[in-house]
Design a protein around this ligand. Structure first.
Ligand SMILES: *[C@@H]1O[C@H](CO)[C@@H](O)[C@H](O)[C@H]1NC(C)=O
Ligand SMILES: *[C@@H]1O[C@H](CO)[C@@H](O)[C@H](O)[C@H]1NC(C)=O
Ligand SMILES: *[C@@H]1O[C@H](CO)[C@@H](O)[C@H](O)[C@H]1NC(C)=O
Length: 450
């Protein structure tokens, strides 16, 4: 008996050693194989003759595509619709990151309630003080592609009437104060179900003396942000609802023109959603409103920390051409000087450097937040992206790119980097978010629509 156990043990050690010796070369070979292959297996990697229609080609690509209407269609079909209930989003506000979140939460809340909607607009930032985000009102198409929204919602959710303006609604009743939908963050509280939300809405409506379900009732909704646990939804629904929001095509066109000029500096295939080894994009979030909000006083947040991190990240991916998004020309100039003086030197460029004169005039006619949309598009299409943790704009770029990775089944644990590196919140291989921030790190991973 005993000897056989001893033999077993020896065998096991021998097996282990053989297995180990076989696995190491296999593992190495597989690593070599993957390292040699581009991470985005889109057709863009086959060699193609240079594009003769760069702008058109670039515009024909979305980072999250194709649009799959079936999940949203199914969701709308399974809703109990209430023809007399109309929702209006009272106060979406901020830049694209927040406004997009407000509007998508709003549409989702309306679908769950079976309500029709007024096409949502948003508060506009003051042109003289960018930290005042309540400077006026802007319509839906200030940011978004209105024709595409009507087309996709009409295809997927024909049960929902979308009124173009408040004047088209003619309600019998307008509820006197705003309704704040109850949270749908089921990850933060298991009571936050759809049923609980609908009961909350109904009891709110019934508490209003003028309410009658037979009357056409207009309810102004208070905005919410990342207040739905999108990861608790079917993944196809989480993916398809936000696809109804594309950016305004005339603004996207400026992004395409800027990228076209960039392609003279670094080879870049316009048909690649994420072109490999072409350029690094950074969101330098150090403008005066960020400083006024106290953001830059935190660790890993000021100008030198953000720019150090972006330079190191770009170099770690072997990229020396940096497209930098910033709402402040002098901050951009500082970054350009710093990158140029770096050893090895890096080239910093921006939309204003890249746009031809007539396009620059179009850019100047836009508001501060609209100009940022040009960056929002270019950043999404970078080889590698670096952004800042307190910025929903940065996270929005990273999440869209992350959805594409999910679509390609490129699994990564982007939050792991929080334990392996200091002062980095997110890294999925395509996008990195620099800095740490408890609130955003809690709200965004499950609350932001990709
Ligand atoms: C709306 O409801 C009120 C009672 O709450 C009623 O007097 C009124 O006629 C209704 N209006 C319409 C158009 O149904
Ligand atoms: C731009 O940055 C400079 C510092 O580089 C600052 O003095 C100025 O107030 C900023 N302006 C805006 C609009 O952010
Ligand atoms: C910028 O932030 C870094 C790292 O958080 C810190 O070490 C440095 O002192 C800060 N610089 C300034 C000018 O505040």
């Amino acid at each position: 008996m005993y000897p056989s156990i001893a033999v077993d043990k020896r065998h096991r050690t021998a097996y282990g050693a053989v297995l180990f010796l076989v696995l190491i070369p296999l593992y190495y070979a597989s690593w070599q194989y993957h390292a040699a292959r581009p991470s985005d297996p889109s057709p863009a990697h086959t060699t193609r003759p240079p594009s003769t229609n760069f702008v058109g080609d670039w515009l024909s690509v979305q980072v999250v595509e194709p649009f799959d209407p079936s999940a949203l269609r199914h969701h709308c079909k399974s809703t109990e619709w209430r023809p007399t209930l109309i929702f209006n989003l009272d106060n979406a506000n901020g830049g694209i990151g927040n406004v997009r979140g407000n509007i998508l939460d709003f549409i989702f809340s309306a679908i769950e309630a079976g309500a029709s909607i007024i096409l949502p607009g948003m508060a506009a930032r003051s042109s003289t003080d960018i930290s005042n985000v309540w400077g006026g009102h802007a319509p839906f198409d200030a940011f978004f592609d209105q024709a595409w929204f009507f087309e996709t919602m009409g295809k997927t959710c024909p049960q929902m009437t979308i009124y173009r303006s408040a004047e088209d609604v003619r309600p019998d009743n307008v509820m006197p104060d705003n309704y704040l939908p109850s949270s749908r963050r089921i990850d933060l509280g298991e009571e936050n179900t759809k049923q609980a939300y609908l009961e909350h809405l109904d009891s709110w409506l019934k508490s209003k003396p003028d309410y009658s379900p037979a009357n056409r009732t207009l309810v102004n909704l208070e905005r919410t942000l990342w207040d739905i646990d999108t990861r608790s939804l079917p993944p196809s629904l989480r993916r398809s609802l936000p696809q109804s929001l594309r950016l305004n095509p005339s603004i996207r066109r400026l992004a395409a023109l800027a990228t076209q000029t960039l392609a003279f500096q670094t080879p870049l295939d316009p048909l690649a959603a994420i072109p490999q080894k072409a350029f690094y994009a950074a969101h330098l979030r150090t403008e005066s409103d960020a400083a006024a909000a106290g953001w830059l006083a935190n660790a890993n947040a000021n100008f030198s920390a953000q720019t150090d991190a972006y330079i190191a990240h770009a170099l770690s991916h072997d990229l020396r051409t940096l497209y930098v998004a910033s709402g402040n020309a002098s901050e951009l100039a500082r970054f350009r000087a710093k990158a140029g003086a770096h050893d090895p030197p890096l080239t910093v460029t921006s939309k204003r450097d890249l746009l031809p004169p007539d396009a620059l005039r179009d850019l100047d006619a836009l508001t501060w937040d609209q100009q940022a949309l040009v960056d929002y598009e270019v950043l999404q299409r970078a080889s590698v992206f670096g952004g800042f943790v307190k910025s929903s704009f940065s996270f929005g770029v990273a999440m869209a790119r992350g959805q594409r990775r999910e679509d390609l089944a490129r699994v990564a644990e982007p939050w792991l980097v929080q334990w392996t590196e200091d002062g980095v919140a997110f890294d999925d291989g395509w996008s990195r978010i620099v800095g740490r921030d408890g609130w955003h790190e809690e709200r965004i991973p499950r609350g932001m629509w990709p």
